[in-house]
Design a protein around this ligand. Structure first.
Ligand code: FAD
Length: 424
């Protein structure tokens, strides 16, 4: 049996692939294998970094899904770890509730998204793990422990744990009343966008920008709450599908003839237009990503974001990197989560992408040098080339996390070959 991640960059052939459908069965797996074998849990496989692969015991929670409790009065929901964000947000909407923020797809499982620190955008909103109220964890000793804010450092560790503290069974999230968002997007020259980015980030609940390499064009997307009537329907989904098909053709051509990439990027940027849409938040946040790619994303201090983007632009222009995928930048509020890339500072997240059939390593390496100059910290679910020592240095509370981890899992049951050098 084989497992592969979404982008196809990472594979494994686990000795056991287990698909429990209850907490008791999850606990039985830990009782049986802890201390003697290693166990990893797979979510939807949407991480670009090798945080899942193992040749030993792999647990999928695809059969362990659904909401177990919802309380509209306290605005909290408890959900089984294998539930996807799409399933969760649709079910929440039936109760008049919604997530406070999310990223740009909803295929991830709740536990998987939180375990790597998935984020959306919004300078007043934290990364998704800041929405956690409590976590029910099956530890290496087989004990089931509920971890909540009163548990201090343990809570700040479980909020972003890379699956290394144990198997998360259920998560309780702080949610909010359902709301609609108005999406506005438009095109502007990159310099004009960078000049007013700080105003945009202050004046909009969510702002996200995509700069198209080899051009001076950037697409800005803002999302803000509205009471206006929804405008999206089936035609929108068809448009989205058509756009993905066209984008896929451009990427394939660029992979076959890299020297055409600058012209292709200019052609694509020239066809872009602004849009407006209103809909329930859980329909407006996610977009269709049918064209596969690899991604690296770094978190730099919010006020350094504009300079870091300018430095990336200079690198791409001077080295003429044959890429067509846009550079994406978003903002989040700082937090106190031990392994969070936004730890202790408001943050600009900047992401670079490469079509899954094109070589990405040299391009990502060059971008990573720039991110390092801006005190960047890598997103745990995306690619990075950092050594274990560099990773330990980048995250100010890494050692606190590592010692809590060691106390939960002294034998290293919940590590894989990628994570072992980091923690042992
Ligand atoms: C198309 C695409 C778009 C994306 N958009 C964004 C975005 O907008 N913002 C952003 O920040 N990221 C984004 N990502 C990255 C993605 O959100 C993260 O990598 C996320 O962790 C993937 O969730 P998953 O369910 O696929 O988990 P996986 O990748 O399968 O696993 C991630 C980690 O979670 C652990 N895990 C899973 N379930 C459990 C459990 N029950 N107990 C303990 N550990 C567990 C795994 O062991 C692993 O360490 C995107 C990825 C893709 C492919």
């Amino acid at each position: 049996m084989n497992w592969t991640n979404w982008s196809g960059a990472h594979h494994c052939s686990p000795d056991q692939l287990l698909e429990p459908d209850s907490e008791a069965k999850l606990q039985a797996i830990v009782d049986r294998y802890a201390g003697e074998r290693t166990i990893r849990v797979a979510g939807s496989g949407h991480s670009f970094s090798p945080v899942v692969p193992t040749d030993d015991v792999l647990v999928s929670l695809a059969n362990y899904t659904g909401i177990t409790r919802v309380n509209p009065a306290t605005e909290q929901v408890t959900v089984r770890a294998g539930t996807t964000l799409g399933e969760l947000t649709t079910a929440l909407d039936d109760h008049g509730l919604a997530l406070k923020n999310m990223g740009d797809v909803d295929a991830q499982t709740v536990a998987g998204a939180l375990a790597t620190g998935t984020h959306g955008t919004g300078i007043d909103l934290g990364i998704m793990p800041t929405q956690i109220a409590s976590v029910r964890l099956i530890r290496a000793d087989g004990e089931c422990q509920t971890i909540e804010p009163a548990d201090g450092e343990q809570f700040r560790a479980i909020q972003l744990s890379l699956g290394t503290l144990g198997i998360i069974s259920e998560i309780t999230l702080n949610v909010r009343s359902a709301y609609r968002l108005r999406e506005n997007s438009w095109i502007e020259p990159l310099d004009a966008v960078l000049d007013k980015l700080e105003t945009l980030r202050a004046n909009n609940r969510h702002v996200e920008c995509f700069w198209f390499p080899h051009t001076d064009r950037a697409l800005i997307k803002t999302l803000n709450p509205t009471s206006a009537a929804p405008t999206r329907g089936v035609p929108y989904r068809l448009d989205e599908r058509a756009e993905n098909l066209a984008w896929g053709a451009v990427c394939r051509l660029s992979a076959r003839m890299p020297q055409l990439s600058p012209r292709l990027a200019r052609f694509v940027a020239g066809t872009l237009d602004g849009t407006t849409a209103v809909g329930p938040s859980h329909e407006i946040f996610p977009t269709m990503r049918a064209v596969r790619f690899n991604e690296m994303e770094y978190a730099v201090p919010a006020d350094a974001g504009v300079d870091a983007v300018r430095a990336l632009r200079a690198e791409i222009r001077d080295a003429e990197w044959p890429i067509v995928f846009p550079i994406e930048f978003r903002y989040t509020r700082g937090d106190d989560i031990l392994l969070s890339p936004a730890y202790g500072r408001d943050t600009a997240f900047i992401a670079v992408h490469a079509y899954h059939r094109t070589p990405y390593q040299a391009y990502f390496d060059a971008c990573e040098t720039i991110f390092a100059e801006y005190d960047g910290r890598p997103h745990w679910g995306k690619m990075n080339g950092c050594s274990p020592t560099a990773l330990r240095d980048r995250f100010p509370e890494f050692e606190t996390f590592a010692s809590i981890r060691a106390s939960f899992d002294p034998a290293g049951t919940f590590l894989n070959p990628e994570l072992e050098p980091l923690f042992q």
